[in-house]
Design a binder for this molecule. Sequence first.
Ligand SMILES: Cc1cc2nc3c(=O)[nH]c(=O)nc-3n(C[C@H](O)[C@H](O)[C@H](O)COP(=O)(O)OP(=O)(O)OC[C@H]3O[C@@H](n4cnc5c(N)ncnc54)[C@H](O)[C@@H]3O)c2cc1C
Length: 461
Amino acid sequence: MPAESYDVVVVGGGTAGAFAAATAARDGLDAVILERKSPEEAGHIACGDAIKGKSTFPEVIDLDYLREESFTNENIQRAVFLNPDTDDQLDIPFSQTGAVIDRKRYGEVILEEAERAGADVHYDTVVRDVRQSDGVVHGVTAVRTGTPKKYEAEVVVDAAGSLSLLQDKTDFSASTFDTNVDYSQFCSAYREVLETREPVDYADAIVFKPTEELGYLWYFPRTPRDINVGLGFQMNKPPMKLVDALKTDVATRPEFEGARVKDKLGAALPTRRPYDSAVAPGYVAVGDAAAHVNPCTGGGIPGAAKAGHWAAKAAAEAIAEGAADEEATLWDYNHRVQTDFGKRFAAMDLYNIWGGTYDVDDLVSVITALPGQQLVDAVGRDGTAEMGLGLKLKTVLETFDPRLRNWRTLVELARVNKLAGRLKAAYDEYPTTPAGFDDWRTRRDAVMDDFYDLTGADPKY
Ligand SMILES: Cc1cc2nc3c(=O)[nH]c(=O)nc-3n(C[C@H](O)[C@H](O)[C@H](O)COP(=O)(O)OP(=O)(O)OC[C@H]3O[C@@H](n4cnc5c(N)ncnc54)[C@H](O)[C@@H]3O)c2cc1C
């Protein structure tokens, strides 16, 4: 069986894969996306479809076209946190307007744009294995429309999403690639798109309601009548019956009476820190395949787009140097990720672990008392954000005072916040070459040890 040969083989045609392939093609490389779905199904991905105002996408595709075609609601002005026990709600205005997208159309456009940039897209192509010799990955094997195929590559980009099959098939023992990955660090999620009879009165908001197991139900309006409704739970907790829980909640909300289910889909997403290293000789993982997801909000689209772009840039340089088979030549990608959103996501992970140390009743009361992950998100961004923690807590107290029972929790949260700041500082010192990797891990792990001592949480990694 003759192999098809490319500079870069990208496995997976989601956000990370499409941006990686578009970047590689624009840099003059021969790139192909291998996507297991058919052209009709590609882009159909379980997602809440919300994008924060500040999110930026690499300009390797026509972003105006993407926006025109798929940004169906560009008027998200606020987040609403519902108290599950009372009628209270807390509105948090956004400083920048966010969007909710038509995820299927978005997925189609990014693939179309990757092709327009010069990449090939092979649909109906299921990657089954990795080709590797002497520790170096040099291609994959796949089945394309029923026929076995071999692909050769200077660099394989693993953009195959959560719990990527490729990582089960690759021997990472001679590399720095993070293999400290367990299903309990993932979230299982389910969502439906419901078409309501009348427009909802929160078309300018993304709405969250805390559930058991440190999860949220969400209602994200794609349009005033198309509502993306979903929920998830962290897989270190007992499984939730997601479909039943969603149905039960929807039945209590008058706006969904007589609503039509337009789409339903479930998936796992990583709710953990990004992989410490996502490179190996000839191999780089991006997006969900390297846990590039905000572990508090589940937002992974912007991280996937950036990671895909940076990985392809690193691959282009490594190929130009004739040294793509050396892990060190791809290292710059790790450094960019970890000193950018990587440090923020790693810090936010502390809040997730901290939340897991409370039993469900306490947790619901704490989550309800605080403006949920929105507070965590803002606090976690740089430890101070636009409004200091003290002021945030004051706002919270003023809003939810009667329900706020646990002062110790708040004191502990302030300490977690400090440790989050220390953790981010450690990530700022992520090494610029693999040589400093072990030392860096030791320093980072010392912060994690202090965090586990403070919270009594079981180590997640
Ligand atoms: C329920 C849910 C809600 C979410 N809500 C939001 C949200 O509101 N906002 C946000 O920003 N993010 C959200 N996310 C996260 C976001 O969807 C992901 O982080 C993002 O899609 C990751 O993109 P990716 O390209 O890495 O992976 P994916 O989009 O999963 O793409 C992976 C691709 O690889 C293909 N593939 C897999 N295995 C193979 C194989 N062996 N051979 C060939 N092809 C293969 C798949 O078919 C798929 O097309 C949500 C996720 C879930 C599950």
